[in-house]
Design a protein around this ligand. Structure first.
Ligand code: ADP
Length: 792
């Protein structure tokens, strides 16, 4: 291109980044890699697969397919390295993490080029976003290691962590996984995605460079089979996964009942909402970042444009004009906006889904790719689909490509309804110059992250993660650190004492005792749908009462009642505290009666029953106090933006209560849940349900709104299963035997609800270090991070 023609056309000339050092690195390894286990690279295996450059199709390297033996070796190495790594202490671990950050910084360009070659994403992004953010993650978590011994003094490391990551941000996802795990004192086995393993292998060399103790970081390459082998291995303590919802579900089922901690960062179909008072030029640039950054291969991509009807034509016109200017081409060219899709398999998926959308009735706008580009590699043009209905597959399913679907709304309420009309809940963007409107909409969106007048902002200090089928758990910041630790009080808990033999149902009619304790649903006493009840026995086997036997229908009614009580989940923390104080006072007023009931059902000494009631009263007072004090945070990030994390309730929370301590067990679980704004469906102690059925008289007299606490008695395992399978139950706490917990965790995979079980361990409900406090509040909430830019 001559200078004259450049001046005439104002076209960019090519500005390719040199790939010499990356190619030298590949050549130095004979373009052939083994696994990184116990501080050394293994010899490349005979079972191998190819890593190609998706922009050109050319071969980059041979990688080894990890098998059972490899995974065993890696986990063994991690297990034997873990105690010493934890014992080293936070300050010493911090030194290693700082050193890793420094070395990444020193070799940043090599990482950026290698990532671009392997993944196809533009060098502009790897150089300016992926690698700097990965470095920032190591620095930030070096800091957490440094201060962690004091900040998390009641927590300890989990042990060995199995981590599986996707191909869209290979090094960045590695950093998100490895940095917090190591900072907290764990060791890891990480499996990168099969399309993009090269920067993970280069990172292994960084581990060697900083002389990280052998076995602390292990990297095993391979496809989904290797990933499955890793997550199913009995000797890991946690699985951290980022990838598709489909595989997330498989992993949820595979780890059910294993006691492994789990965090899942899954798919999304995030709304990008533009109100009529938005700065439209900024919104268009926002859309470019939302859906054409990284070829749209971003789990939190703003892939659903929801635009207010009155400005839709104007915005779409501007958008099409901008799309025409986007430059698709060689990812190593510094002036390229959109590079190559990561793999031919992914390209095919995008093409198929877009074709299906057109068949459904969508209209497509797609600038032409430069001539010959599609033949060279996996390129797909920026794409806009209009005339899309909310029920279309393209509006519901994740595409993970540069494809935007557009729909319109009229009112803010309709915008919220459309935005939440998704099984996902990862992120959302809200565009309006009216700060009141934006801050009114943000909390109503079911998403883990909300960006106001911005999009795709990330920082190591801020929690990132989703709700609903976008998974659970957070990465980044304090919440992210806690994912890699457990409370010290959890260690060494004894196994749960076996439950008494099941109690036989009897016809309610014809019983000599006429009192049948009812359920409590929507603020009213309710009879069991089944019409059946059973006897409640005292410790000597004498019948003391009848209680209804709950079934699926009763749970369904309770969920419906809880749905209607959504006002409880709002911002009224002061009100919640007042109601709970009142509840505590009312229990205090009837303490003797409640103690008598405990003694009648469970036997034992009067003093023990009184202690149970007194502890329950204390617990209610504690959580009443916490109701307006478990605050979120405002994060200090390197960006010109305020990032606020808010502790949001899950919504509807199912609770299966412990068998013993029928009052204290119930209150220890229900109180933190409602203090944080959840509405609860509790299944009381199966053998001793009368403390709970007495308790609802207190709920009635303490101004607890109907539907906030619902009580359904019956078989714990059976009703737990119904709660686990119910799509409108957002989270489930299960206290019971290990086997039932396993089937409940497996059943929860349906809507990927958050579960918390005792893993078959026995909690001492009288001991506040085990049975009360922040862990319960954290489990009752998930963080939503709201970002709002400031300044020019
Ligand atoms: P995506 O294509 O959305 O990135 P996938 O969920 O297919 O997501 O892949 C993400 C990661 O999960 C990859 O590293 C892949 O090899 C791995 N993986 C695929 N199947 C399984 C499985 N059954 N168990 C564990 N990991 C798996």
């Amino acid at each position: 291109m001559s200078v004259k023609s450049i001046l005439e056309s104002m076209e960019y000339g090519p500005a390719p980044e040199g790939d010499g050092p990356a190619r030298d690195w590949l050549a130095a390894n004979q373009e052939c890699f083994g696994h990184f286990i116990n501080g050394r690279f293994s010899r490349p295996g005979a079972d191998r697969f190819e890593s190609n450059n998706p922009a050109t199709g050319e071969h980059l390297a041979w990688l080894s397919q990890g098998n059972t033996r490899t995974v065993n070796q890696a986990i063994k190495a991690a297990r034997s390295a873990q105690p010493a790594w934890e014992k080293l202490g936070g300050a010493q671990r911090a030194r290693y993490l700082y050193a890793m950050a420094r070395q990444l910084q020193k070799h940043a360009r090599l990482f950026a080029v290698l990532e671009t070659l392997d993944n196809g994403k533009p060098i502009r992004e790897t150089r300016d976003i992926d690698i700097p953010l990965a470095i920032r993650h190591f620095y930030h978590h070096a800091g957490w290691a440094q201060v962690g011994d004091a900040e998390f003094d009641d927590h300890q490391a989990l042990g060995v962590i199995g981590q599986v990551i996707p191909w869209n941000f290979p090094l960045l996802m590695l950093a998100w996984k490895i940095a917090p795990a190591l900072a907290a004192g764990n060791t890891v086995v990480l499996k990168p995605a099969e399309y993009t393993s090269l920067t993970a292998l280069l990172f292994a060399e960084i581990c060697q460079l900083v002389k990280l103790p052998a076995g602390v970081v292990n990297i095993v390459t391979g496809d989904g089979r290797t990933g499955a082998g890793l997550v199913e291995h009995p000797d890991i303590n946690k699985v951290a996964f980022t990838g598709s919802t489909e595989v997330g579900r498989v992993i949820r089922r595979a780890t059910a009942g294993s006691g492994k901690k789990l965090s899942l960062e899954l798919g999304g179909k995030s709304p990008f909402i533009v109100f009529d008072d938005a700065d439209l030029d900024s919104a268009v640039e926002g859309l470019v970042d939302a859906i054409w950054f990284n070829q749209g291969e971003v789990c939190c991509a703003g892939s659903r444009l929801l635009v207010q009807e009155s400005i839709a034509d104007k915005l779409l016109k501007k958008l099409r004009r901008r799309m025409d200017k986007l430059r698709v081409g060689n990812p190593l060219d510094k002036a390229i906006d959109i590079g190559a899709v990561a793999d031919p398999v992914q390209l095919k998926q995008i093409t198929t889904k877009v074709k299906a959308g057109i068949k459904e009735g969508a209209e497509i706008y797609q600038p032409k790719l430069p001539r010959g580009l599609a033949a060279r590699g996996c390129f797909y043009p920026p794409t806009l689909l209009t005339s899309v209905e909310p029920a279309f597959e393209v509006a519901q399913q994740e595409i993970l490509g540069p494809v935007l679907v557009s729909m319109t709304f009229r009112t803010p309420a309709e915008a919220v309804a459309l935005a939440n009309n998704s099984r996902y809940g990862l992120a959302a963007s809200v565009w309006s110059e009216n700060i009141n409107l934006a801050l009114d909409i943000a909390p109503q969106l079911q998403a883990g992250v909300v960006w106001i007048n911005s999009t795709n902002q990330f920082d190591a200090a801020c929690g990132f993660g989703g709700v609903r089928e976008s998974g659970f758990g957070r990465e980044g910041g304090r919440a992210g650190m806690l994912e890699y630790m457990k409370p010290v009080a959890e260690a060494g808990l004894p196994d749960l004492v076996a439950s008494p033999a099941p109690i036989q149902p009897q016809e309610a009619l014809g019983e000599t005792i006429d009192r049948t304790a009812k359920f409590y649903i929507g603020g009213k006493q309710a009879r069991p749908d089944s019409g059946y009840s059973r006897s409640v026995l005292d410790p000597r086997g004498r019948v003391i009462s009848q209680v209804g036997i709950g079934n699926r229908k009763d749970i369904r009614n309770a969920v419906e009642a809880a749905r209607k009580a959504s006002a409880w989940s709002g911002n009224n923390t002061h009100n919640r505290a007042q109601v709970m104080y009142y509840l505590a006072e009312n229990l205090q007023g009837r303490a003797d009666e409640f103690a008598g009931r405990i003694q009648q059902q469970c036997g034992g000494r009067k003093a023990a029953a009184q202690l149970e009631v007194d502890t329950a009263i204390d617990r209610l007072f504690s959580y009443a106090a916490w109701a307006d004090k478990f605050d979120g945070a405002t994060h200090t990030t390197p960006l010109r933006t305020i990032a606020m994390s808010i502790n949001e309730p899950h919504g509807i929370l199912g609770i299966v209560c412990p068998e013993h301590q029928p009052l204290l067990g119930l209150i220890s679980l229900v109180a933190p849940a409602i203090a944080m704004g959840n509405r609860v469906i509790a299944v009381p102690s199966e053998a001793h349900p009368l403390s709970a059925t007495d308790f609802y008289q207190l709920l009635d007299t303490s101004d607890v709104p109907g539907g906030v606490v619902n009580l359904v008695c019956g078989n714990a395992a059976e009703l737990g299963q119904v709660l686990a399978e119910h799509n409108n139950v957002d989270a489930l706490w299960y206290y019971g035997d290990r086997q039932s917990a396993a089937s409940i965790e497996a059943a929860s995979a349906g809507n990927l609800k958050v579960t918390w079980t005792n893993n078959g361990r026995q909690i001492d409900w009288f001991d506040p270090s085990q049975a009360e406090g922040k862990t319960f509040l954290q489990r009752a909430t998930q963080i939503k991070t709201i970002w709002a830019p400031y300044g020019e």
